[in-house]
Design a protein around this ligand. Sequence first.
Ligand code: MN
Length: 200
Amino acid sequence: MSADRLQDYRAKRDFGSTPEPDGGAPSAAEERPRFVVQKHAASTLHYDFRLEDSGVLVSWAVPKGPSMDPAQRRLAMPTEDHPMDYAGFEGVIPQGEYGGGTVIVWDRGTFQLLPPEDQPDVTFQDLYAKGRLTVSLAGEKLRGGFALIRTGKAGERARWLLIKMKDDEALPGSDITEDAPDSVLTGRSLSEVAAEEGEL
Ligand code: MN
């Protein structure tokens, strides 16, 4: 199943030209599913928010990035499922390739679904299909409850909102992308990765 879910991902990329993973490595079964947020300086800067489900990373592009302030509603556009080993990808996608630009691992960790009280056994796919996914993140930057809510009219391209839930981890008035801009994997900034790994 996960192989089929990566068809779009593979079709967009030439793995002879990009350093991104081809998704061939099997995903490791862990107790808790993983999440990753990658900061991606493509034609426009955005943050790729990815949640593990069924052996792939279900993904959204968030132009302004996540916020720990429940008053901020961040647009999140669905993108193709990515392979699990993408969660560790940090580097430079060559210009001219799909998504050309620099990527850093901005945050990562594990998450738990927060199912509605009356549906304790609901699955990730059920909640995704309903357009109302609530998760609790245990990352280095992002903590606590987040809601992903599908909006927009039927027939339009799906748009979602990513919103910090009001809980003990919420930081009203904060700006986490400004306060903590760098990689949690290597401590590097986007420009440091570009300088160290970019094309000469
Ligand atoms: Mn991206």
